[in-house]
Each structure stands twice: as structure tokens, then as C-alpha cells.
Design a protein around this ligand. Sequence first.
Ligand SMILES: Cc1ncc(COP(=O)(O)O)c(C=O)c1O
Length: 416
Amino acid sequence: MNRHPLYYLIQNSTLMSSLAKNYGTPLYIYSEKRLLANLDRLNNALKTNFNKYHICYALKANSNPALITKMKNHLTSLGADCSSPGELHAAKLGGIDHHECIYTGNYESQEDLQAAYNSGCHINLDDINSFHRLTKIGIPDEISFRLNPGFGKGTFSQIITGGENAKFGVPDYDIVNAYRTAKNAGVKRFGIQCMTGSGILDPDYFSALIKDILKNTNVIHQELGIRMDYISLGGGFGIPYQDGETPLDFDRVFKKVGDVFNAHFKKDAKPSFWIEPGKSVVGDTGLLLTKVTGIKKSYKTFIGLDAGMETLMRPALYGAYHRIYKVGVPDAKSTNMVDITGRICENTDRLAVDRLFPKVSEGDLIAIMDTGAYGYAMAHQFNTRPRPAEVLINGEQSCLIRERETIQDIFRTCDV
Ligand SMILES: Cc1ncc(COP(=O)(O)O)c(C=O)c1O
């Protein structure tokens, strides 16, 4: 059985209790060691298999500037994938120059496009109409389009971003048209991007995807004479959220992708190979430390926490599963069938449903695992609950990287 990489932290009740005491709960805790190790594993696998490559960390997963700075200092070539002017700003705060960023929006406003254009980042457009809107601002020297190849994959239907039901990307039957429009308008250099879903643990999927992308770039080349400067496979590299799941072996994944990619291009005509990983970089580096606030025996048994759907949206949003442990005794025998919930006035406020769980008491500390990605990033203020604090740990050293919001902060922009 694969133990969670942060299992050792959950066993350390002294450390967890002191973090709860010093910073309060609910609290997002990130392991610097795990964060940098994840980045190294990706970078080493790419280095072995590609002459030219670029990692654009997907800021949507977690845009805390302290985490970005740590990553950038560790891997100086790191770029960012941004999907809003706010994420472009976060990249800058984290020390990533906009020339190293790719901006992938969808249904962008003129203000969004203006921000991307002004920043000097690589622009990846979701639609031909996005290009038409962009031309009102200016014609960039370089453009990329997001390809929707007509299929996708992901842990839940809601996070599949390719295929006929996806709102993203240019359908493959229109992709040549998109590049033709851009070329005719005066664009000189090109990239292509394709992101078809998140949380993929199938090691063979990515080589199948690159084959399809290359099929499309071939047609674009034949029809328009365009050679891509870069090809981005997007993100989507999954992580195990449950004990039985097998983590992706990046060496194997990128060897297979690299074999297809390298065989396709002549030595001197190879584009740079890009990825935009989010979850696979930060997902398992974070845990959410929370406290039991109430236990109720009703038709079901409920364990109530001081974290809920406002702190961690994924379970309520997708029915996502997160491992949840009682701090200090992660291997305690699970004897009770419970729902784990927060304090929000919504019946969808569940962090776990029908979960076998050990006996707990009010005040016990609970850890929710794999919350580094799309955890804080999706936290909100429903029921006027301030968002939690974030802490980065290195061994037993801790550093507050975002203060807990206050009720006053929530109303700071209101005119009262
Ligand atoms: C364009 C793009 N790139 C990268 C990502 C990151 O995906 P993941 O966190 O699954 O690696 C996403 C996620 O939705 C995305 O839309």
C-alpha cells in the first residue's frame, strides 16, 4: 500500500498541535521538501527526454507568491501558466517574468486580453473570436491556440476539458482555420496547446494525446507552412487521492511522450516541449489542519469541523475524495461510519460522505490530505467566514505565508 508522502507529519502530533496553537485552525500547511521534490521529479524526467522544454507551473492550483518564489529559486527556468490578470500578477510577485508565462484564458474580456498583451507573455487563445477581439488591441508577433481534439479524460466529468461537452479550445475541424486567420493577420511565430482534463493517472494517456496533437500540427504545416515554436501538453498529471492508487511515474510518462515527439521531428526542427502542471506540483504538498467542533448522532453520524466547503471546495464541487486522518494516530482503527462536514448552511457542505472513521472527540485535530492544489485557491467566504491562514514548513520550522483573513477584511471594500 502506498502511504501518503506526508503521513509522517500526521504522526507528529506535537508539531501539528503547535502549528494549530500558533496559527489557529483551519490551517493550510505546505511541505517545502515535498514541493521541491515534486518539481525535481518533473524537471528530471523532461531533461532526460527533451532537448528543449519549459515547465509553466499552473498558478490556478495555488497562487501563493511564497510558494512560487520557493519554486522559482529552486528551478530558475520555471515559468507559469496564468489564466487571469490576477495570476499574471501573482507570477510577478513570485519572481516569474511574464516572458516566461503562458496566458490561457477563455471568453476573455478586452481587459483580460489587454493585460495579457501588455505583459509580453505567450498568449494561448481558446477561440478564433478571441483572436478577433485581440486584433482590436494589437497583432502579437506570436500566438498559440488551444486545441480541443474532440476527446478528454479526467477524474470526474466536471474536470474533463476536452471533447464535445467541453467549453474549452478550438475544435480540431477548425484549428487550421484559426492558424490561417492569425497568419493572414500578420502573426509570425506560433505555438499550440492542448489540455484535455485534470487528475489523469493513466500513464499511457499523454503519449496518445501528443500523437493527436502532432497529427494536427502536421495538417497545419501542410496547409499553411507553419512550424510550431512550442507545443504545450497542458497539465492534468494526476496524483493519488486514495491509498490504492498508483502515482504516475514521470520518467516513464515522459519517455513515452518523448519517443513520439522526438521521432516526429527532424533534429534541427524540433519545437520546445512545454507542460503546465498544477496538481502534480502542489497537490500532495499540502494538508488542511482542522479541529472537531461538534459531533452529532442523527439519522447519520456527523463529525463537524471548523473547515467546510468554504475552506475546501473539491468534495462539494465534484464529490472529490480526500484522505482524512486523526492527527497523531493516522492508523487508528476506523470503527464508525460518518459524514464529515463543516459549519456552512448548505447540505452539500461535506468533506467526506459515508466514511469509516476512528472515534474522535470535540477539540481533536484532523488532517485532510492532498489539499495543496485547488484548496486555498478555491476557498471562499460563504456565510461570511474568513479564509484560513497558510503556513510553509521545512522540517519543524514554520513560516506564515498568508495571514488568516478577518471579518473586517471581508468588509474592507464595502462603503459603510
Ligand atoms: C490551461 C490549463 N493548464 C494547466 C492546468 C493545470 O492542470 P492540473 O492541475 O491538472 O495539472 C489547467 C487546469 O485546469 C488548465 O486549464
